[in-house]
Design a protein around this ligand. Structure first.
Ligand SMILES: [Zn+2]
Length: 195
């Protein structure tokens, strides 16, 4: 007896921005098990988190619907107390925005930082501690804007020892004193080591 092969779902190419668009994938017809269909309608579903496709079997003409969504386990942030909380990129951006208030840091930069942190966290698994998120934010903010960086560190108490903040502040003061343009300018390419 011939057993038809399972439908092949082609993986999207790896890399940034990948996986958002998949060309054409056939699904076995629920009526006749034929593996060829045509998509007659394609639209967003679940507020953009999924794509709903209306399909028509090329063998029997039966119409059916498929949903395509990113295979992503929810990312969980473990608070200091150990309480799990769903990762919220918008909350992360809001926290950074508060720290970067009146500083020359654009929302798009903060969004990019948050996206980068989320990506980094997902690579490490489905859980990340809030302390690690804080460290990642600091690492990025430091390169964007030193004032925002220090504000974030103090507000979110990312430093573990009281002396840490003092040390960072001293480091920053030294940098500002020796730097040619403390008020602004291009800092994107500079990344000072933490310790
Ligand atoms: Zn069919």
């Amino acid at each position: 007896m011939h057993i038809p092969p399972l439908p092949v779902v082609h993986p999207a190419p790896a890399g940034p921005g990948a996986g958002r668009r998949v060309a054409s994938v056939f699904v076995r017809c629920p009526g006749c098990a034929h593996i060829d269909d045509r998509v007659i309608d394609s639209r967003q579903a679940d507020d953009g988190a999924a794509i709903r496709r209306r399909r028509e079997c090329l063998a029997c003409g039966r119409r059916f619907t498929t949903f395509e969504r990113l295979e992503e386990a929810p990312l969980v942030v473990l608070k200091r107390s150990g309480t799990p909380q769903p990762f919220a990129r918008s909350k992360l951006v809001a926290g950074m925005r508060a720290a970067a208030k009146n500083r020359p840091v654009g929302d798009d930069q903060l969004e990019a930082v948050a996206a980068e942190i989320e990506e980094h966290a997902r690579l490490g698994g489905s859980e990340i501690t809030s302390a690690e998120v804080g460290r990642l934010v600091l690492d990025r903010l430091r390169r964007l804007d030193e004032v925002a960086y220090l504000r974030f560190a103090s507000v979110y108490k990312v430093f573990e020892e009281p002396g840490d903040f003092q040390r960072e502040l001293g480091l920053l003061t030294d940098q500002l004193r020796s730097g040619p343009d403390p008020a602004g300018g291009e800092r994107g390419g500079r990344a000072e080591p933490t310790t």
